[in-house]
Design a protein around this ligand. Sequence first.
Ligand code: LCS
Length: 399
Amino acid sequence: MKDLKDLSFATRQIHVGKQKNSVGALCDPIYMTSTFAFDSVEQGGRRFAGEEDGYIYTRLGNPSQRAVEEKLASLEGGEDAAVTASGMGAISSTLWSILKQGDEIIAEEALYGCTFSLMSHGLSEFGVTAKFIDMSSLDNLKNALSEKTKVVYFETPCNPTLTVIDIEEAAKIAHEYNPEIKVIVDNTFCTPYVQRPLSKGADIVVHSATKYLNGHGDIVAGAVISDAEFIQKVKMFGMKDMTGSIMSPFNAFLLARGMKTLDIRMERHCANAMKIAKFLESHPAVKKVYYPGLESFEGHKTALKQMDLMGGMMSFELKADRDQVAAALNKLQLCIVAVSLGDAETLVEHPASMTHSTYSSEELASAGISEGLVRLSVGLEDPDDIIADLKEVLDPLAK
Ligand code: LCS
């Protein structure tokens, strides 16, 4: 038998990360404790000094968190991982671990709204600047890099435009300019089952584990995956001292539980999405479908290069004004009007007024997020039922 680390994705998502427990429980117990008893004052001192392994306090580590960290590191192909209270906790803990006053971030202009806000309005208060560019053409990255650049940051596919960015090429350009630049990829839309950015040259992967990784819409969670040295820095500085954004042991348990079925869920999300994207593309009320799996989509070729499947997320524009779009979405019976994504339920939302309302109208236009754009997180229902629901509200718009 091969080593567990060399076994396939499906096996590792289930078996990697199990912690030893005294009673042989199949599932790791939830270590719902804030602190850990030391045998002696001397032992406590040794643990704080890093001279002895062992737990201290849950903000510094907990076996329930460790179980998911080991699983995620294995699946993303990183040396180590840190789990956090939210995706924003992962992103902010990561950025605080790298940046100081005077440094610069270069980021793709289409980002999850709060990530955009953190970079454009938050970090600028502390002397860190962010340049937002269109990374679908990497000449823009070449032109933007400067002595001050410490981080190159993007999602791919981007939220909500689904713009696909060539990870290998972006990492190459950044590292050729300066090998010290950290290339950070938000892999929330794909999960490691679909895309593994570290294998393409990225330095750090961040996640909102609230989404597909957990998959059941019942927790808010995040993760960072990278080399062991950087993860140590995130844990012992970014998270411990700067954000305190640690994952509760209960949420870690739920995340580990959700991740056992990641591959089969992603297969279904992606198959459903492909079918629905084709339906939308053929519907007369639809102006454009943004989905990496469609040959007509700008990012399709790059998607084939770096994604094993085409994802469960898409956006579309209707041949209708904003009020008509809202009225149509309000009539949906099965699809639920809600933000978030990656759940068993199909979720539909309006980025300009919801997830991306942190952007000004000019910033929305520049990032390609139109007022009429609708985002769809395709769930695990029967795709024909989702299509029937969409058809009922779209057909009247085509008349
Ligand atoms: N990164 C991406 C790509 C996201 O879509 C989100 C949240 C985050 C990071 C932040 O993660 P959180 O702190 O919420 O766990 N995206 C959301 C969305 O599109 N709708 O609601 C939340």
